[in-house]
Design a protein. Structure first.
Length: 117
């Protein structure tokens, strides 16, 4: 779990935790979740925010195009130049990351709202 910022009606509070203080951040997240259960607080993640702003469908389509282009480029490279793992490693890592984003966006497009961290 990573907590990047807390958005309120008045301001954004940057948190930006990475690898340090993981235990404290987990405690903070669970405390916020318990507050969420007792108060009228809406908890969303960045994909939900993109969905509310109308960017998620566009990002999903762009990501699909990039994935298709990257797969075609890798296949063409293998056909014309042969399989060279040192040259294809970066592309395969990019394709994997884009595929994971694709799955996350698809899941968010299927759901109807927030309440997830």
């Amino acid at each position: 779990m990573l907590l990047k910022n807390i958005k309120t009606d008045q301001e954004d509070i940057p948190i930006n935790n990475m690898k340090f203080l993981q235990g404290d951040v987990h405690k903070l997240i669970y405390e916020l979740l318990s507050i969420n259960k007792t108060k009228r607080v809406r908890t969303i993640d960045s994909w939900d925010e993109w969905k509310e702003k109308g960017y998620l469908k566009i990002a999903y389509k762009v990501n699909t195009g990039i994935l298709a282009f990257a797969l075609i480029a890798v296949i063409a490279h293998i056909i014309f130049k042969g399989f060279d793992s040192s040259q294809l490693l970066f592309m395969l890592l990019l394709i994997l990351q884009m595929f994971l984003y694709q799955l996350q966006m698809k899941g968010k497009l299927k759901t109807t709202g927030g309440n997830k961290v």
